[in-house]
Design a protein around this ligand. Structure first.
Ligand code: RNT
Ligand code: ZN
Length: 426
């Protein structure tokens, strides 16, 4: 890619402006390069998967819109994701759900899946030099139709889902081992009730037993880097589960602390006026690592494409200020079917990176000093001045350094691909 003189000149000016505040922008860009974001496979096909059981998307999840060109096969999904990766600076990861396996036209039920169904994904990840993450799929299945999976009152159904969870952890470990990059497996279940329950205890007792049975199976080597890390994701409510969610925030935070799993904070899983900003440092008091599902709820957990909002900037600030980047696995979780799906990946990922960059070039020591000495006037004044520093010049330079399109140029590649490839998927 030809280097642009404008980009370099703008960077030199911006660099000096940040340096005057004591900020080393070269070091910030170097750090940003090392932070992988896990792109969620399910943005590529509206959480469809490749099982073809004919079951509708369940669990209160809803991908609205019918933009043409969604991926219908693993090969198409991989091709779309490759385009997205080529437009995002840095090296990232890909996050698979269990129902995206390659089943060669056969009906392989969820309790029967194995690493062989993900060999194509492993080979692909190896070729790209990226890591994979994983998720058991506890929805879009006849045995999840009652909205009770791991907490189901029926022992047989519970067993089915426990076996699915174990199968997934083994697949994840096989991925981690094959790629030499630890895989993070996120457990989210849709269990809950539309109307007010009478027994809130029973399902939670059963969920605890099921999780214990699922996590009891060892999938990691006795020593050294783990192949797989387990995480659990809570939620406030879902469509069809407005009154009771078995795996609530408190439930899983307690479970994670007690059983030493990771804990997933999804930005869409709280009251609409509540953000995860203030939860990060609290959770880190008690857990070594967390998983983020960066999403954007609009009025509800609507999973809109992540934009560079105040909330996203605050998340970046918390991760950087608290020195939590090495303890945080950052993943995206949204699904918008009303716009080009490759663009949705690119926009959300680049925004997540911009929020980190903005935090990495904050004059944090000066701000902390002001705060410590009780000079809240300076703290506020400086924070507000920082908002309009030339971040765009740093970002453009970073894109150029990483040999991906600068500014909105990436959109041209997406539009071209839409014309050449997506439009032909009828
Ligand atoms: C649902 C959870 C969960 C899912 C994915 C598809 O509310 O956020 O993470 O979005 O597993
Ligand atoms: Zn999520």
């Amino acid at each position: 890619m030809a280097k642009s003189k404008n980009v370099e000149q703008a960077y030199a000016l911006a660099r000096a402006q940040y340096a005057a505040l004591g900020v080393d922008t070269d070091a910030a860009l170097k750090k940003l390069r090392t932070v992988p974001i896990s792109l969620h496979c399910w943005q590529g096909d509206d959480v469809g998967g490749f099982e073809k059981f004919g079951t509708e998307l369940g669990g209160g999840l809803a991908a609205t819109g019918n933009y043409p060109g969604k991926a219908r096969t693993p090969a198409e999904l991989r091709s779309d994701a490759e385009l997205a990766f080529s437009l995002i600076p840095g090296k990232h990861r890909f996050n698979l759900h269990a129902f995206y396996g390659e089943f060669a036209g056969k009906k392989v039920d969820r309790n029967e899946i194995g690493p062989q169904h993900f060999q194509g994904w492993i080979d692909w990840a190896k070729k790209l030099g990226i890591g994979l993450d994983f998720n058991p799929t506890f929805f879009s299945h006849p045995k999840a139709a009652s909205n009770f999976t791991l907490s189901n009152a029926d022992k047989g159904i519970r067993k089915f889902w426990i076996d699915h969870g174990i199968a997934c952890r083994k697949i994840a470990a096989a991925m981690g081992k094959a790629l030499g990059k630890t895989c993070v497996t996120n457990v989210w279940i849709p269990d809950g009730m539309k109307d007010t329950p009478v027994d809130r205890v029973g399902p939670r007792d059963r969920l605890t037993d099921s999780l214990n049975a699922m996590f009891k199976v060892q999938v990691n080597p006795a020593k050294g880097q783990p192949y797989n890390l387990d995480s659990v994701e809570g939620k406030l409510f879902g469509i069809g589960c407005e009154s009771y969610t078995v795996g609530s925030h408190e439930y899983y935070l307690g479970y994670a602390v007690k059983h030493k799993t990771l804990f997933t904070l999804d930005t869409g899983h709280y009251h609409p006026t509540e953000t995860i900003t203030d939860k990060i440092s609290s959770v880190f008091q008690f857990l070594p690592e967390i998983l983020l599902h960066v999403s954007r709820g609009v009025r509800w957990d609507s999973d809109h494409v992540v934009v560079l909002s105040n909330e996203l900037e605050e998340i970046g600030q918390e991760l950087v200020r608290g020195d939590f980047l090495n303890r945080t696995h950052i993943g995206l979780d949204y699904f918008d079917a009303s716009i080009n799906r490759v663009a949705a990946w690119v926009i959300g990922t680049r925004n997540m990176q911009k929020s980190l960059l903005k935090a990495l070039v904050e004059p944090t020591p000066t701000l902390v000093e002001a705060e410590k000495s009780g000079d809240y006037t300076s703290r506020l004044a400086l924070l507000e001045e920082c908002r309009t520093l030339p971040l765009g010049a740093l970002w453009d330079f970073f894109c150029e350094q990483q040999e991906v399109p600068v500014g909105a140029e990436w959109l041209l590649a997406v539009k071209q691909y839409e014309q050449d490839v997506l439009a032909k998927r009828k």
